[in-house]
Design a protein around this ligand. Sequence first.
Ligand SMILES: C[C@](O)(CO)[C@H](O)COP(=O)(O)OP(=O)(O)OC[C@H]1O[C@@H](n2ccc(N)nc2=O)[C@H](O)[C@@H]1O
Ligand SMILES: Nc1ncnc2c1ncn2[C@@H]1O[C@H](COP(=O)(O)OP(=O)(O)OP(=O)(O)O)[C@@H](O)[C@H]1O
Length: 296
Amino acid sequence: MMDLTTESLTEAAPAKINLYLHVTGKRADGYHLLDSLVVFAGAGDRLRYEPGPEPLHLVLAGRFGPSLTDAAGPDNLVMKAAAALESACGPAARVRGGRLILEKDLPVASGIGGGSADAAAALRLLNRAWNAEVDQATLLRLAEKLGADVPVCLASQTARMEGIGEILGAAPVLPECGMVLVNCGQAVSTPEVFRKREGAFVPRAALPARWPDAESMVADLARQENSLETPACVVCPPVQTVLSAIHTLPECLLARMSGSGATCFGLFPSARSAEAAAAELAQAQPGWWVWGGGLA
Ligand SMILES: C[C@](O)(CO)[C@H](O)COP(=O)(O)OP(=O)(O)OC[C@H]1O[C@@H](n2ccc(N)nc2=O)[C@H](O)[C@@H]1O
Ligand SMILES: Nc1ncnc2c1ncn2[C@@H]1O[C@H](COP(=O)(O)OP(=O)(O)OP(=O)(O)O)[C@@H](O)[C@H]1O
């Protein structure tokens, strides 16, 4: 008998951060080929499912719930994921209606994959709650169709991401470190940033099997880049201000933008030093979204 306790009907949707992001090429269909080291932070959204007799619908809550109210319908990535899963259910599945409650605590359209993490959480959650028995390979195929960042969010574990996001491989073993995430409040369109990218493609990075400490990781990461940082600064100039602010925080080892922006991250020697730095920045910039802590 399946366990349908409250806990089993809740899924975390952690923020995705691209520690580096190289645009290595472009496909004929316009999608870009990437090489990226993806990690997940302690910050995230939360998705809860309350089965019920009414048709499945989405309720938005959390700090950024109101910024998505126009997108609570079938276009929301959570509802798209639910529909995709329903179409792939096994014969023993018990597809039910009810409420999906999305605690939206990550800024929207901000380069940390909030919508992708929500979609992946919906696939995991409903696969369990509906007893859908959709296998991992099929889940990955559904995830790919929902968005380039959804496959990596399915496992929500550190990974090296290639192709357009669908090729997931082993990543270096990471050392203990902390992270600060900062968003200035301006939504940034991913296609627009990709369109504005200019110049040569960047080769695939050479990475070790593991980094023994945060300093050696940062020394390597400093040789990599986010190829979308320059175009994102054109679309959203405050990114530059945010990067400078992170860079000057005590103990900051590296400051960089994630994904297509505008959220930027700082790496710190520990979760504790990141929390302290985040508290300092939040006080100085009350209008920004600031988070500090460890990796997921
Ligand atoms: C920039 C990243 O966040 C890095 O992790 C992702 O590549 C973007 O992932 P995403 O937001 O899930 O992207 P999607 O919703 O699939 O695509 C949005 C748009 O971004 C562009 N896009 C996206 C991914 C990719 N590899 N190449 C692209 O050119 C395309 O114009 C696409 O129409
Ligand atoms: N559950 C959701 N959460 C956030 N955005 C959603 C959701 N469903 C649909 N969207 C739409 O998807 C778009 C991208 O939002 P999202 O927050 O995933 O972007 P992002 O952080 O830039 O993602 P990425 O890092 O994958 O590029 C927004 O314009 C938003 O309207």
